[in-house]
Design a protein around this ligand. Structure first.
Ligand code: NAG
Ligand code: NAG
Ligand code: NAG
Ligand code: ZN
Length: 754
């Protein structure tokens, strides 16, 4: 007998799926009463070393509106060579190549072991990988030098056949010609005027593709000037990068450099659009500051006028934000419809406009990385980690993916939240109630890696008076088609099923199946989504209302059977989400939300509930409560907030360290005590993407505030109430302690009951 936690872990391991509920309420009415919908966190490319891809293509259901993939849940008649689709009940003939199957000779896709299986598509050409570097040259020499070295290093990590190109920008934008003999040439563009695809084609001498050619890569003579295989030009490109200089235009005192980021990105998108439509490609953008001229500018060049803050946004006092956002949105849409990824590496002390540019990474599955400088290990290591390879020597990145969902009749898909765009595919599985990006059963995800995780929300549509037979199961199939970094097209299929239960008679078994961690992240994604789309106090109120429902009436009913220690998790999590959603500068918020929206469950949990470990002479390291009572003089603490790894030495430990006990032979165990958290921190620093910021501090140290603000917000932030102006309902803003928050919830619950 497996327990639910074991069952949940096994399913996550095998299928990359975590459902909020693992037994589903069998009617729409009961399902809506559950507050947390039936929903799943799905990691399409979850790493599976035991899953060698099979070298044939999937067998599909013949019903045109279904096309589900043959899977272990299908009923098979081996004698008649028929299989019944478990989604639409269509009876299908096996293809001729399956003539030899029998009970003892089953194809892999029918074995329960292969509820997740990967196929290699045999048709079609091998696709090249395309990497287009877009490099800001308005930065300090130290940054530029470090960046140039990282870019040169990355060339050595690319497969020899990968195509590379280079665009640099400052006041002007330069598209570098790579195929030419001898001296380097480039096409120069003004940074103040946008170009549409047609103008760009003319200016770069790219022949306009005919309608028939338009769907795939264009012939070599169209693009060879700007994109070349690494093996052919790595020496020349290394030299070219080495020779890059700071933008030569003088910057007068009190001014920002003129940075034509918006036009540079537009040219990058346009170049790939007309040369490699529908082929995996990465536009890697490296920026040292905000766009200050032309389309996409987020701040003017006068240093005395700062970039917009939340305050300006609230007051609607932002001159550039709407226009810039529109510019980047349209670029993001063009890139994603061509299957191209846009990455942004923003390294600067001030904001660079991530808020305006966020859709570039969000719509395309690109990376967003934020650091203070290019000369930091945060940037260097993180960038290097993008090129991590698996045991077969292939990049752990996948391109131009689509995710399609099939559901059994009693359940439909409401939408997805994650780094994806809708493909507007209607069908019988699509719910009318949209959650996140809805109204479709297919999404495009241009860039995927093994941790990319989408949140998918479902709606039970079965009517109350249409009972599901005892023992009935609901099924969901996830079909992910993608371009593997080897150039192959692959299809990964995951088929899952869960039992139905009548919520009136079997509430216990539904309650026992509740996955609180998954539910917390799923609700938090929804909260972040609401915050993105409707910003402001309404989101706070919505969040609080959900909590009241969750903590209140509903949990009383359902949680009777839930472990009382776990019950508290949800309010704690959602409380933390408030700070994820509402603190920081606009760019920082965009950055945190970006990562929260794409990481897997384990990483997302750390983001909203940091992990604290204690090291002492009293035994091995142990997890301790994220509470000020955990701070003791003779302890070292290691805190992981996902974005930061912090080591904190308690008062006594700090004194010993200052006195140098660790260097005395008789105190060797103290040396080991000091070293243990450092080793554990290194482990995290070496594996996480993006690399966290590393902080080493002690009792009384200035950086200790990072720890203190997490363990005990009530001491650093006092009751910060503001009162909603229009509606009169009290709302809380910003950081408040959990205690204050719970009190607030109780008050709201009382007033809404009255
Ligand atoms: C980058 O930082 C390191 C350490 O802080 C320093 O030694 C090095 O000189 C810097 N690089 C450049 C190019 O200035
Ligand atoms: C690389 O540079 C060398 C020396 O400048 C030049 O002769 C050669 O043609 C260049 N090759 C390519 C492919 O640009
Ligand atoms: C991501 O894009 C979707 C639309 O595809 C949008 O609704 C959502 O708010 C975006 N999320 C973030 C974190 O920007
Ligand atoms: Zn079917």
């Amino acid at each position: 007998m497996t327990t639910f936690p074991e069952y949940i872990a096994q399913n996550e391991e095998r299928d990359g799926v975590r459902f909020s509920w693992n037994v589903w309420p069998s009617s729409r009415l009961e399902a809506t009463r559950m507050v947390v919908p039936v929903a799943a966190l799905f990691t399409p490319l979850k790493e599976r070393t035991d899953l060698p891809p099979i070298q044939y293509e999937p067998v599909l259901c013949s019903r045109a509106t279904c096309r589900a993939v043959l899977n272990p849940l299908c009923q098979v008649d081996y004698r008649a060579k028929l299989w019944a689709c478990n989604f639409c009940y269509q009876r299908n003939q096996f293809p001729p190549s399956y003539a030899g199957i029998s009970e003892v000779n089953q194809p892999a896709e029918l074995l329960p072991l292969f509820s997740t299986i990967e196929y290699v598509v045999q048709r079609g050409p091998q696709m090249p990988l395309v990497f287009l570097y877009v490099v800001d040259t308005c930065m300090e020499d130290e940054d530029l030098q470090a960046l140039k070295e990282s870019l040169q290093m990355s060339l050595s990590l690319l497969p020899p056949t990968a195509l590379v190109g280079l665009i640099t920008f400052g006041r002007m934008v330069q598209v570098h010609e790579l195929g030419c003999e001898g001296i380097s040439k480039s096409y120069v563009f003004r940074g103040t005027k946008d170009l549409n695809a047609k103008q760009l084609q003319e200016m770069l001498g790219l022949t306009k593709p005919s309608a028939a050619q338009g769907r795939g890569p264009q012939p070599e003579w169209v693009w060879f000037k700007f994109l070349q295989p690494v093996q052919k030009i790595d020496m020349n490109l290394t030299d070219l990068l080495g020779e890059l200089q700071r933008d030569p235009w003088p910057v007068t005192q009190g001014k920002r450099p003129l940075r034509s980021l918006g036009v540079a990105m537009s040219i990058a998108v346009g170049l790939l659009e007309c040369t490699f439509p529908n082929t995996g490609a990465r536009i890697m953008t490296f920026i040292g500051g905000p766009a200050t001229q032309g389309p996409g500018m987020v701040v003017g060049d006068e240093l005395k006028t700062p970039i917009r803050s939340w305050h300006d946004i609230e007051k609607d006092n932002t001159k550039f934000m709407k226009k810039a956002t529109k510019h980047y949105e349209s670029l993001a849409n063009r890139a994603s419809s061509n299957g191209h990824i846009i990455d942004i590496y923003a390294c600067a002390l001030d904001q660079t406009g991530l808020l305006e540019m966020k859709c570039c990474t969000n719509y395309t599955g690109g990376y967003m990385v934020m650091a203070d400088s290019f000369n930091t290990s945060l940037f260097k290591q993180t960038f290097q980690r993008v090129f991590t390879k698996d045991v077969q020597g292939s990049f752990k990145m996948a391109f131009a993916a689509t995710l399609e969902i099939k559901t059994s009749r009693e359940i439909k898909v409401s939408g997805a939240i994650g780094p994806c765009v809708s493909l507007n595919a209607k069908g019988p599985c699509v719910s009318e109630n949209e959650i996140g990006t809805g109204g479709t059963c297919q999404w495009k995800v241009c860039g995927l890696d093994p941790s990319t995780t989408l949140a998918l929300y479902f709606e039970v549509v079965n009517q109350h008076n249409a009972p599901i037979p005892q023992g009935g199961r609901g099924a969901i199939q996830f079909v992910t088609q993608y371009q593997h970094s080897s150039g192959q097209r692959r299809i990964r299929v995951t088929t899952t099923a869960r039992n139905w239960a009548d919520a009136q008679t079997q509430i216990q078994s539904i309650a026992a199946s509740f996955d609180q961690e998954a539910a917390a992240i799923l609700m938090a994604r929804l909260a972040v989504y609401r915050a993105e789309t409707e910003e402001g106090p309404d989101v706070l109120r919505w969040l609080d209302r959900q909590l009241i429902r969750l903590v209140g009436e509903h949990t009383c009913r359902v949680s009777a059977t839930i472990d009382p220690n776990r019950k508290q998790l949800i309010p704690v999590f959602v409380f933390s989400v408030r700070s994820l959603v509402f603190n920081n500068s606009p760019d920082e918020s965009s950055y945190y939300r970006h990562h929260f929206n794409r990481q897997d469950l384990t990483q997302a949990l750390i983001m909203i509930q940091p992990v604290l470990y204690a090291y002492s002479f009293n035994g091995p390291p142990e997890p301790v409560l994220l509470d000020s009572s955990s701070i003791l003089p003779d302890r070292i603490l290691l805190m992981d907030t996902f974005f930061q790894i912090l080591i904190y030495h308690g008062e006594t430990v700090a004194q010993w360290r200052k006195a140098g006990y660790q260097d005395m032979p008789e105190y060797e165990n103290f040396k080991h005590l000091l070293q243990a958290p450092v080793d554990d921190a290194q482990e995290l620093l070496h594996t996480r993407f993006p690399m966290p910021r590393y902080i080493d501090t002690e009792h009384g140290g200035s950086q200790a505030r990072f720890l203190l603000s997490k363990v005990n917000p009530s001491q650093t932030h006092n009751n910060m109430y503001t009162w909603g102006q229009e509606s009169g309902a009290p709302i809380l803003t910003d950081d408040v302690s959990l205690q204050v928050f719970m009190d607030h919830l109780k008050k709201l619950a009382v007033s809404s009951a009255a």
